[in-house]
Design a protein around this ligand. Structure first.
Ligand code: AMP
Length: 579
């Protein structure tokens, strides 16, 4: 079975068609082969294991990777991959790239607000307060856009294997937070895929490296992709892959290198034009394309010419941007970015309790790691030449496919991962208390004890965050656990044990139990309300509880103990992970 080329863009219908319209809902237990998908920021890659051998599934156009780009064509069709990339220059406002950076982030979060103007497409607030994208008249959530890429991956693998694919292992950056992992799971579901497991990209790359190598090794995986950076320290021993520590930055990748070059080009144009040059959307897009091409060329050669004809018309005269960029110039522009990656590597080694001299191999993953200055910086830091045993663009998908194939096997692969960022709770006055420290091996569970602070307190809310900063508002808000109704009693008499349980794939479940009577307490985990909204509601509810109490005292009747509803755990789990 071969996968057909993309349908011609000739629909005359004005309604929008998207790849999601081809998704069949999963009914019954998913079955059949499990594929590996590397859902990258700039490129995605699909792999399968056929006859015991891992293999990449080429795109419809015959490439081993496909651009992670989704676009709305002028004929109201949503296209994915190479056809979407092809319209990037002519239709930049309707072409969504690097959207993975926004996955699982609320629209109002600082991160989204800071970066939203860097994109030419329009980033808007989705119905649930999440960052979303407007294409034509429709607003698509990031989950839907990722799902469109996953549909393409599923269809490619279905054609390659000759059987309907319903199951996948999907990789995410090691540094992804809880929300982002949940968002990828949700995207898989929208694409008609049952996500058997989410694994971290560097772990998958190490798997591709360790496959068929039996010896025990300590390796550093340096993964610099289009939009994110991760460094992970792993110990490989036959079929056991143990992550010792991990670190990174979800806002450091190839697009930041491109941005540095664009700034340089804008400064050059301003100098030549003798005025401040402010490129409009499409001109900026042309500069980004030229910058990216120059950056790639400089990985092979010492200098390259950047020529952007008709960049702007000034006083009736067209102005061509024409300059030579050398490798040392590029390296100076990007030095702070590379220095940042080296800082993370040092932190990761220290967190794993290892010295650079303990390292046996350094694996480079992600297209951006091809830059010679990256190789040199790694050599300067570790004294080791990075191995070329894995393909930087394909290793992650191949590793995911190998892991997928081992699922359910008796002698399968064992992955031991760590928590990439600490998880904790918000305290009064904006302080943050870590409950589970970063780099804790997974799975892991820890209880946190809290008491009521008021007489007859009817409910309690706990805001949960992820990050390392001391102030709550500098960390990622994950959601609020609402525990109610509580047994009434004097302040301090009701003690709750809140359990934070992290699964092997780093998904969080939070549950609560009243300690003195050892009863389960109803708890709901909401990710929509901000802590301010929760605080206001809590204050109002406590005022109501106080008024009720006052009325009860007046009537000389004893306050009633509120019955504890059953099966709250099931409902919480459903809320967190879906039915
Ligand atoms: P990934 O997300 O792993 O696909 O990374 C793609 C990123 O790698 C993009 O920012 C590319 O511009 C960059 N890239 C790909 N090839 C090269 C190269 N030869 N030299 C420098 N950067 C590259």
């Amino acid at each position: 079975m071969t996968v057909p080329p993309h349908a011609p863009d000739d629909t005359s219908d004005s309604s929008v068609t998207s790849p999601l319209s081809r998704v069949k809902r999963l009914t019954g237990a998913p079955s059949g082969p499990i594929i590996g998908i590397d859902l990258g920021t700039t490129y995605s890659c699909v792999a399968i294991v056929k006859d015991g051998k891992p293999a990449i599934v080429p795109s419809r156009e015959g490439h081993n990777t496909m651009p992670s780009i989704v676009a709305l064509t002028t004929k109201h069709r949503i296209v994915v991959g190479h056809p979407a990339k092809a319209q990037m220059l002519t239709n930049p406002t309707q072409t969504v790239f690097a959207a993975k950076r926004l996955v699982g982030r609320p629209f109002m979060s600082d991160t989204v607000q800071q970066v939203k103007d860097q994109f030419q497409y329009e980033i808007v607030e989705g119905p649930d307060g999440e960052a979303a994208v407007r294409l034509g008249a429709d607003v698509w959530s990031l989950q839907h856009l990722s799902a469109m890429i996953l549909v393409e991956a599923r269809e490619l693998a279905t054609a390659a294997l000759g059987v309907e694919v319903q199951r996948a292992v999907i990789t995410v950056p090691a540094y992804y937070n809880e929300h982002q992992r949940m968002a990828v799971r949700a995207a898989g579901k929208l694409a008609g895929l049952h996500v058997e497991r989410i694994i971290n990209e560097p772990t998958a790359a190490a798997l591709a490296f360790g496959h068929a190598r039996k010896q025990a090794k300590l390796v550093l995986v340096f993964d610099l992709g289009g939009g994110t950076f991760d460094a992970s320290l792993l110990h490989l021993d036959d079929k056991v892959y143990e992550v010792l520590s991990t670190g990174g930055d979800t806002f450091l990748g190839g697009v930041d290198f491109d941005q540095r070059i664009v700034e340089h080009l804008v400064a050059h144009a301003s100098q030549k034009l003798c005025r401040t040059f402010e490129p409009d959307t499409s001109t900026r897009q042309r500069l980004v394309e030229a910058a990216e091409a120059a950056k790639r060329a400089l990985s092979q050669q010492a200098e390259t010419r950047i020529h952007v004809p008709y960049l702007v018309v000034t006083e009736g005269q067209p102005f061509d941007l024409d300059l030579v960029l050398t490798r040392p110039e590029l390296e100076t522009l990007c030095a702070p970015l590379i220095a940042r990656t080296m800082d993370v590597c040092r932190e990761v080694l220290a967190a794993g309790g290892k010295q650079v001299s303990d390292l046996e191999d350094v694996l480079l993953v992600g297209g951006m790691s091809r830059m010679p200055a990256v190789h040199e910086a790694i050599f300067a830091l570790t004294g080791k030449k990075p191995t070329n045993a894995v393909h930087p663009d394909e290793a992650v998908a191949l590793g995911a496919a190998l892991f997928a194939a081992s699922l359910g096997q008796e002698e399968g692969i064992t992955l031991i991962d760590v928590l990439p960022m600490s998880i904790g709770v918000g305290l009064p006055r904006g302080r943050y208390k870590k409950i589970i420290e970063r780099n804790t091996p997974l799975p892991h569970a820890k209880a946190y004890g809290i008491q009521t602070v008021k007489d007859d307190q009817a409910e309690l809310e706990l805001a949960i965050y992820q990050g390392e900063a001391e102030a709550t508002d500098e960390n990622e808000y994950l959601g609020t656990l609402k525990i109610a109704p509580l047994p009434l009693g004097p302040r301090g008499s009701v003690t709750l044990a809140v359990e934070f349980a992290l699964s092997a794939e780093c998904l969080l479940t939070v549950t609560a139990r009243e300690v003195s009577k050892n009863i389960e307490v109803k708890a709901t985990f909401s990710t929509r309300d901000t802590p301010e909204v929760v605080k206001a509601r809590l204050e109002r509810n406590n005022r109501i509880a106080a008024a009720v109490k006052a009325a009860q005292v007046k009537m000389h009747s004893k306050p009633q103990l509120v019955p504890v509803p059953k099966s709250w755990f099931g409902r919480l789990k459903e809320r967190l992970f879906g039915a």
